[in-house]
Design a protein around this ligand. Sequence first.
Ligand SMILES: Nc1nc2c(ncn2[C@@H]2O[C@H](COP(=O)(O)OP(=O)(O)OP(=O)(O)O)[C@@H](O)[C@H]2O)c(=O)[nH]1
Ligand SMILES: [Zn+2]
Length: 289
Amino acid sequence: MPVGQVIRSHSHIHYVLVDGREVECRPRGKLRLEERRILAGDRVEVTLAPDGEGRIDRVLPRASELRRPPVANVDLCAVVFTLHEPEADYRFLDRVLVHVEHAGIEALLVLNKTDLCTPQEVEGFRRLYGETVGYPVVPVSALTGEGIPDLAARLAGRTSVLAGQSGAGKSLLTRALAPGYQARVGTLARKLGRGRHTTRHVELIRLPAGGLVADAPGFTYLEFEGVEARALGHLFPDFHRVGPCRFDDCLHRAEPGCAVKAAVGERIARHRYEHYLAFLAEIEAQKPW
Ligand SMILES: Nc1nc2c(ncn2[C@@H]2O[C@H](COP(=O)(O)OP(=O)(O)OP(=O)(O)O)[C@@H](O)[C@H]2O)c(=O)[nH]1
Ligand SMILES: [Zn+2]
């Protein structure tokens, strides 16, 4: 039985990508009654009819499920960051990275607007986040197209969402990656404040080099709900490369024999440690005493 991936839905009609072909499918009766909605990104078993349409027989177990936007099986988050326009906000970046780690999704750092940067700035960022922190970094310019083929190659075969602060260039990047793509929500809806970010049905856009990218940004809800204070340090990959600390349950704050604290300014960037402390305080303040 062929297996495909749902790329968009319209009430009870789901468009499923099967062997590179978009097939209009309806779920079989029993599935329609189930509580579980069929989400964009779902892998489904389909029966193809001679007329070219199909029937969804079964939704395969999800490897991941994002709430905002509602997409199943996202396996990569491209976090879009800029050094200028808007000015670099490392605290926001680290916050997004913590959320991506918490969701168990691989992160890729996209340094956008390189046309506004000196080569030294790009190299400095690549060293800091690519080497010291340890995420793959892809410098691009959505405006000039520089680096876009490299980014496309990294998104090939994956189901991705873009994240990052407002104005970082997520929309322009999506257009640079999928030049033929036309957003289905018009300017009017966006002006009324019911634009792409709040559309109920997410669409996965097919990239020419293969791979799917959501048409709505991910990780827009950045409260640390569900993140335990003791687990926060595990969401900083640069922290687990040092150590171990003397105590297994070290919070890396004032404990004796803390390997993390000892590495600050060397193998751990000072601002990463400061953001960790700030996030930790935020999580502790959330506790219902
Ligand atoms: N110079 C330069 N400008 C860019 C680049 N990418 C995007 N921009 C501009 O930055 C502004 C914001 O880009 P968008 O794509 O709307 O940003 P966004 O991340 O989708 O923003 P939100 O929709 O608010 O989340 C626009 O004016 C873009 O034209 C780039 O690589 N270089
Ligand atoms: Zn420690």
